[in-house]
Design a protein around this ligand. Structure first.
Ligand code: PEP
Length: 279
């Protein structure tokens, strides 16, 4: 097996550095300690065979090799992605993480093992897992804590169903999903929140910029109440080249978590450009 070189992690920076930077509108990149001003990540889910993953990574290296870009490949491809991205600015992570460490949890992804392979991020609480694996918000919070403890940045996915939105319960649902995380992780943790309305994931329906901003502003207010105002909030749900610029203009939309469009390099590169051009 290839020996991976250790990457500088934001969580490993001294507390003095962590307090003095990053500035309000940026997030320190875990890989090189540089400041990022947006974050656009591709969630590949269980798409692609390994040679297709290699091709997509090569395309990303050619077109999107910059701070603030990250990919979430299937876990099996993490070693090859780690090798390919070794000297690049592109970050990478896993799509889920176990709440427990080493031990008897067959099939789980242990946070320390994930970190050993150079991952910097872990998605937790994606709606597909909340639905398919019946992950509770408390379980998701424990996953977020496991990630933080291993030096990974969890990206906590939250979002309401269409029924919840139509019943006027969208904000309450999102806050209920978020609250166990905020109760469990230390207040100085580096994490991100991804607002992904379930009705917009993989459906081609995107929240309007006003809908996205309204929810992001609610999340921002709650984070600020407890001293986590530095936490970045991403939008996810059918983001594509055609709607990225509008979403990127929302003041509280720091970046995007992209599913389907992340598999097409032209679409993904256009989304990255939309968020980059905002600055
Ligand atoms: C996702 O799965 O996180 C997602 C946002 O998917 P899509 O962009 O395909 O809606």
């Amino acid at each position: 097996m290839t020996t991976l070189k250790p990457l500088q992690k934001w969580s490993n920076l001294s507390s003095a550095n962590r307090q003095s930077s990053p500035p309000d509108d940026s997030l320190r990149d875990l890989k090189y300690g540089r400041c990022m001003s947006f974050f656009v990540a591709g969630n590949w889910k269980t798409h692609l065979l390994s040679d297709e993953a290699n091709t997509l990574i090569q395309q990303l290296l050619d077109q999107c090799n910059q701070d603030g870009v990250a990919v979430f490949p299937p876990a099996l491809y993490v070693p090859q992605v780690s090798d390919q991205l070794r000297d690049s600015a592109i970050g990478f992570g896993v799509q889920d993480i176990s709440e427990s460490g080493f031990g008897a949890t067959t099939g789980d992804l242990c946070a320390q093992q994930v970190a050993e392979f150079g991952c910097q991020y872990a998605l937790v609480g994606h709606s597909e897992r909340r639905q398919r694996q019946q992950e509770s918000s408390q379980w998701v919070a424990e996953k977020a804590l496991a990630a933080v403890t291993a030096g990974l940045v969890p990206i906590v996915c939250v979002g309401e169903t269409l029924e919840e939105r139509e019943a006027g319960n969208d904000v309450a649902t999102v806050m209920e999903q978020l609250e166990p995380v905020l109760n469990l992780v230390p207040v100085d943790s580096t994490l991100m929140v991804a607002y992904e309305p379930v009705w917009a994931i993989g459906t081609g329906k995107t929240a309007s910029a006003d809908q996205a901003q309204a929810m992001h502003s609610e999340i921002r207010a709650r984070l600020s109440q407890i001293g986590m105002q530095q936490t970045k909030i991403l939008y996810g749900g059918s983001v594509k080249a055609a709607n990225a610029a509008e979403l990127a203009q929302c003041p509280d939309v720091y970046g995007a978590l992209v599913g389907g469009a992340a598999l097409q390099i032209d679409e993904f590169a256009a989304i990255v450009a939309a968020f980059q051009e905002r600055h």
